[in-house]
Design a protein around this ligand. Structure first.
Ligand code: UDP
Length: 238
């Protein structure tokens, strides 16, 4: 079921259900788009109708930020838990590593996606990452990337170009691509490569991962300043 968070419809699945859906998508015909909104996405979507429309066309829209879960509680339409895109992908990797499902990583700076692929193959022994490309390309390069993806036919395409570029890219191109599932993963490749560390588990459990990231990278304050504005809007909406 979808829960309306200031115009963005988010699925109220927990992690387990979300992972099962991704596996089902890979096993069925058709092409599926998965997005991972946090409050920043919702704030962007208020000013960017195109972005909002794209998010609302997502087959699975998971609550990547704790702010989305809190907002759902304030609005009395409970989302059970945060489903971080990063963790969703890790759980999907665990489930497909012993199958013949294949993965392609598109995004992040040069070298990062390659390193992320190496690390993931190490952690998830047997995982078939069949191709990678960085996320800084022009139109010509984009044609080559799409041709390469269509030759490799990965079941799962992870797109880490930052929001809203990755969602717009997926929406624009999925029908031309020989894939089953595309997920917008933000800065996940930096995390997979080990360049950006996840918050310790205790911070994640307390819903304070955002706070940890803020201490580690104070420049994020300009992005996070939108969080209280988001919550005020949600309270007004109620
Ligand atoms: N990125 C990219 N191409 C671009 C702009 C950004 O590949 O043109 C990558 C960037 O290297 C980083 C990610 O997109 O890996 C940043 O995404 P975002 O800031 O949304 O990540 P978050 O930290 O919010 O998950």
């Amino acid at each position: 079921m979808k829960v309306d968070i200031l115009g963005v419809n988010v699925d109220n699945d927990d992690m387990n259900k979300a992972v099962n859906k991704v596996i089902e998508y890979m096993d069925s015909d058709g092409k599926y788009k998965i997005y991972t909104p946090n409050p920043e996405f919702v704030m962007m979507s208020i000013e960017d109708e195109e972005f909002k429309g794209i998010l609302n066309k997502g087959d699975l829209v998971i609550p990547d930020g704790i702010g989305i879960v809190i907002a759902s509680k304030i609005l009395g339409k409970k989302i059970p838990e945060r489903v971080a895109g990063y963790d969703l992908v890790q759980n999907v990797f665990k489930r497909i590593k012993k199958t013949n499902r294949t993965v392609y990583l598109l995004g992040a700076s040069e070298g990062v996606a390659i390193k992320a692929a190496d690390k993931m193959r190490e952690i998830h022994k047997g995982l078939k990452i069949v191709g990678v490309h960085d996320g800084y390309f022009d139109e010509n390069e984009e044609k080559n990337i799409m041709e390469s993806i269509n030759t490799l036919k990965p079941d799962l395409l992870l797109v880490g170009l930052g929001a809203p570029r990755q969602e717009k890219w997926i929406d624009n191109n999925i029908h031309k691509l020989n894939i089953k599932v595309a997920i917008g993963v933000g800065g996940s490749f930096d995390g997979m490569a080990g360049n950006v560390k996840r918050a310790p588990l205790i911070f994640q459990k307390l819903g304070l991962e955002w706070f940890y990231r803020l201490i580690k990278q104070p420049s994020r304050i300009t992005r996070m300043i939108k969080l209280p504005v988001f919550l005020i809007k949600v309270i007004k909406e109620r």
